[in-house]
Design a protein around this ligand. Structure first.
Ligand code: DGP
Length: 113
């Protein structure tokens, strides 16, 4: 499959994996927008948030649980951080494989634009 995140999941692109279990992996964003910028990614190829099914609800919920754990590991839990999922072209999604951004380590903009 021609999907960059599927290739990372398959081990075809060497990437430092910060967390992994049978459903989810996490690694650093290649173009960090903040001192801490991680991506939490389901192994299942869901192209975007709007294509998740109701049966994926627990999986997406676990992505949040793992992001919170990683925020602690990265030492940004006390000062605060942001979780974001971009969906579709106008939502700013570039990689067509569902993923959640964890941003922290600096004061983030009050605006979401
Ligand atoms: P989004 O715009 O929400 O689709 O974010 C995609 C992010 O993925 C973007 O911030 C850059 C990151 N990214 C793209 N290719 C790679 C890669 O090969 N390795 C890593 N670690 N991150 C990547």
């Amino acid at each position: 499959m021609d999907c960059i995140f599927c290739k990372i999941i398959a081990g075809e692109i060497p990437t430092e994996i910060l967390y992994q279990d049978k459903e989810i992996i996490a690694f650093r964003d290649i173009k960090p927008l903040a001192p801490v910028h991680l991506l939490i990614v389901p192994r299942k190829h869901i192209p975007s948030l709007d294509q998740m099914e109701e049966s994926d609800a627990a999986l997406v919920g676990r992505m949040v649980v793992i992001a919170n754990k990683l925020a602690k590991d990265e030492g940004v839990d006390q000062k605060g951080y942001r979780l974001a999922i971009n969906c579709g072209a106008e939502g700013g999604q570039l990689v067509p494989h569902l993923h959640m951004h964890l941003l922290g380590g600096r004061k983030l903009s009050d605006r979401l634009s």
